[in-house]
Each structure stands twice: as C-alpha cells, then as structure tokens.
Design a protein around this ligand. Structure first.
Ligand code: COA
Length: 320
C-alpha cells in the first residue's frame, strides 16, 4: 500500500470588524504609536463584538477554508480547534463549531498549546490522516484574547488581538503536503506567560501575564533551532524554503529568526502589523493572507514555526 500524506487544499480567515489602532490605545493607557510600532511591528488589532465568541470567529474562517478547498461541510471527518479562549469550559469550542456548521460526519475536539496550537493541530491531524481512517480534516486557530486582557496593563494590552484562521488538510498518495514536523514543550516555563486564573486555580478569573523579556529570549533561540531541525528531517536545507511563516508575536522576534536562519526578507510572511498577536490564529491567518496575495504558490516549500505559552514550540515543513 502506498504511503499516505496530508496536504493543505484550502485556507480561510476572519478578523472581527472593529479595529483598535495604536492611537486608540494611546487614549486608554500611557503608550504611543511610536513605542508600539518600533518595539513590536503592530499598527492595529481587531476586537470581537460583544455578541461574538471564539466559535463564531472559527465558523467564519472554516466556511471560507471549505469554500476555498471546494469541500462540502459533510465531507469533513475531523475538526480540530486550537484555542486558549474557548467559549465555555465545556463542551469544547470544536463541538460548538460543529453544531453551528452542521458538520455531522466529523469528530470534533479542542487542543490547547497556546500560540503553537495550530502547528500542534496540524501534526495531530497529519497522524490521524496517515492512519488511513481520516481523509478530510479542518484545523482552525481561533481566539478572543480581548476577553482575557487587562486593558489597564500597557505591557500586554498593546500586543494582542482577536481573529481566526483555518486550513483544510486532505489525504493524498502523492509525496507532497506535510513532509516533516517537530513539536516540543517545556513546563519549566509555565510562569513566564500565562492567564492568571482558571476554573480549578485558586484565582478563578484572570488576565494575561507575561515576562516579555524572558519570552523574547526563548523565542529567538527555540524558533530557529526547531526550524532547522524539521527542514533537515525532510532531507532539505534552509535555502530550500520558499516561504517562511513564523508566529506573528513580535516583528523583532521574526527578524531575529530570519537573521539566524539566513532567510531573505522576500521569503517571509509578515502580517502582524494588521492584527497583532492572535495566538493560535496567527499562522493560519498569515498562511491565508500569503495564499490570497500570491506570496505563496502551489509547489512552494513552506516552513511554519510557532512558539507560545507552556513553553510550547513547533515547526511543520510542507510542500504546498
Ligand atoms: N508603551 C510605552 N511604554 C511601555 C509599554 C507601552 N505599551 N510597555 C512597556 N513600556 C515601558 C516599560 O514600562 C519600560 O519602562 P521603564 O524602562 O521606565 O521601566 C520600558 O517601556 C521598556 O520595557 P521593556 O519591558 O524592557 O521593553 P522591551 O524592549 O522588552 O519590549 C515587549 C517589551 C513586550 C515588546 C518585548 O519584551 C516582547 O516583545 N517580548 C515578547 C512578547 C511576546 O512575543 N509574547 C507572546 C509570545 S507568544
């Protein structure tokens, strides 16, 4: 029997209508467009409407990805939602999305790997497709981070936003799609980036807390390291990468990774300016933007690299 691969055959994304610019933020906290843009590369972020939940953003991104893939909702047999801002503690946001879309033939569940969630989701879906049991998977990263933001804390509230991105992964017998991957975690770093409350924690409600410098240092070493590892695993070298889509957390982290990896500027996708850090939604959103604007073409070798709270990090190398 020939080997099974999984390829991305459709992408979609959604950003809520409301835009919050750096100038808007400078009226809320002691900050400025100049500080935010030079330190992070962010100009604006989108904020979900009061009646919009993570599942609503996910639904819109999934609908577009299915349309782009030419796939009917009933043909999907696996739905994975990556999120750190689920609508409810339970049931899963994936089951809510399944209900809203009438995705009756899929098994749906959430995963939580913070900003690495989409990359982790791709690897899980790839394994399930390779088993031969699943054929058409949808992986969506969706977040309403504005709901867990301390809008008085200028060190965090300028960085994050809301949105969703999705990809359709389909089984194929041709050697293309996901060629190699690596995902990692290190629980020693749980305290440098976290939400300060939760249903089973002593503090039951809380906001994003971050030791920015520590996160920065880890990101600039781990992202290049794992990127090289997966490219080599596929028998390639970094110069074979046609399109690099890193997590959109901070432009200075992206630029440091580019320098370390010696990837030229024209090969990287940078969309952070328009949406800020949307955790698990960043990579599928940037992927969708690159597909739509022609930066990413069929047959390109694509490197996706993420890092986030946990600490978690991961890379996927694929032929698009
Ligand atoms: N506006 C204006 N000043 C601000 C500010 C803001 N929004 N946020 C912090 N400052 C101030 C600080 O209070 C500090 O002032 P001080 O020198 O008087 O104490 C000064 O700016 C420098 O702060 P510092 O934290 O040293 O800045 P930095 O250069 O480390 O940049 C981050 C801060 C958050 C942009 C940076 O650390 C970062 O990007 N870290 C990684 C974050 C990340 O990617 N997280 C998500 C991972 S998935």
């Amino acid at each position: 029997m020939s080997e099974i691969y999984s390829e991305i055959v459709g992408t979609g994304s959604y950003l809520p209508e409301k835009v919050l610019t750096n100038d808007d933020l400078s009226k809320m906290v002691d900050t400025s467009d100049e500080w935010i843009f030079t330190r992070t590369g962010i100009k604006e972020r989108h904020i979900a409407a009061d009646d919009e939940c993570t599942s609503d953003l996910a639904v819109k991104a999934v609908e577009k990805a299915l349309e782009n893939a030419g796939l009917k909702v009933e043909e999907v047999d696996l739905l994975i939602v990556a999120t750190i801002t689920p609508d409810l503690v339970f049931p899963s946001t994936a089951c809510l999305v399944q209900k809203k879309l009438g995705m009756k033939n899929a098994v749906a569940f959430d995963i939580q790997a913070a900003c690495s969630g989409f990359v982790f989701g791709l690897t899980i879906a790839d394994g399930m497709i390779k088993s031969g049991v699943y054929k058409n998977a949808v992986i969506v990263g969706a977040e309403t981070l504005s709901r867990i933001m301390d809008w008085n804390d200028r060190t965090t509230c300028v960085l994050f936003g809301d949105g969703a991105g999705a990809a359709v992964l389909r089984a194929t017998n041709e050697k293309k799609g996901i060629l190699s991957y690596s995902i990692k975690s290190d629980g020693d770093y749980v305290d440098i980036l976290k939400a300060t409350g939760g249903p089973s924690a002593t503090q039951t409600s809380g906001f994003i807390f971050m030791e920015g410098k520590e996160v920065f240092k880890l990101a600039v070493s781990r992202m290049p390291e794992i990127s090289k590892e997966v490219v080599e695993k596929a028998g390639c070298s970094i110069s074979d990468v046609d399109c690099f889509i890193p997590h959109q957390a901070n432009i200075r982290i992206i630029d440091a990774a580019l320098k370390n990896l010696d990837i030229p500027e024209e090969k990287v996708v940078k969309s952070i300016q328009y949406h800020g850090n949307i955790s698990s939604a960043c990579i599928p959103l940037a992927l969708d933007i690159a597909c739509k604007n022609g930066q990413l073409k069929k047959g390109d070798n694509v490197l996706l690299t993420a890092m986030g709270a946990g600490f978690t990090w991961g890379s996927v190398f694929l032929k698009f």
